[in-house]
Design a protein around this ligand. Sequence first.
Ligand SMILES: CC(C)(COP(=O)(O)OP(=O)(O)OC[C@H]1O[C@@H](n2cnc3c(N)ncnc32)[C@H](O)[C@@H]1OP(=O)(O)O)[C@@H](O)C(=O)NCCC(=O)NCCS
Length: 192
Amino acid sequence: MPYRVGVSALPFPDPPLSDDVVALRSWTTSDARQWFDGFSDELCLHFSWPLVEPFTIAHVQQDMVEHEKMRLRGEAINFAVVEATEHDLVLGGASIYEVALDQGRAAAGYWLAPHARGRGLATRTLRLLARWVFDHLELERLELTCAPDNIASQRVAERCGFTREGVLRSRIRFQGGRRDSVVFSLLADEPR
Ligand SMILES: CC(C)(COP(=O)(O)OP(=O)(O)OC[C@H]1O[C@@H](n2cnc3c(N)ncnc32)[C@H](O)[C@@H]1OP(=O)(O)O)[C@@H](O)C(=O)NCCC(=O)NCCS
């Protein structure tokens, strides 16, 4: 059955989204250690881990289960970012989430393991996600939010053609307090 927003599970692209350097595939349980190791560094925990409690491999395993439930409900889809030529080597993670069923809208997120940073791989990842969201899911607006001091992430958004729209004050619960978010967007008919 063809994908219909809000009605069916979000399908993993077949073949997987890929360029010459990165590919985006589904996570498997055997990736848990690589996910945990890649995400356990200071930068990911500072910018992407919302809780104050220690991040553990049990969180990864729990997230894998929850993410699959969300995918089946058509709410979000999570990808492992891997080398295009070596799908076993995890570089990071990426997601399309907050798929707004009737509004033609979703949000994108990403993180990279320390060894994968500084090579433009998040830019490649976001470009692949944006193309898929607009061309295959037929959504019309892709949002991206990040912390005001997350300069690398904001550069990635700008490189991919996103427009900075402003700062949403006290937007999210984060690490025991609340945090502002900078919001960016890319529209379907804009250059990417
Ligand atoms: C955000 C992230 C995915 C970007 O990864 P990346 O593709 O390796 O990005 P780069 O290191 O190439 O940096 C992208 C740009 O930001 C710049 N940059 C990186 N760190 C910076 C800093 N601390 N201050 C200013 N600029 C910085 C780079 O120079 C580069 O600029 P350019 O576009 O002019 O070349 C990565 O830093 C990461 O995983 N961070 C932790 C998790 C996270 O923040 N996720 C996003 C949540 S919104």
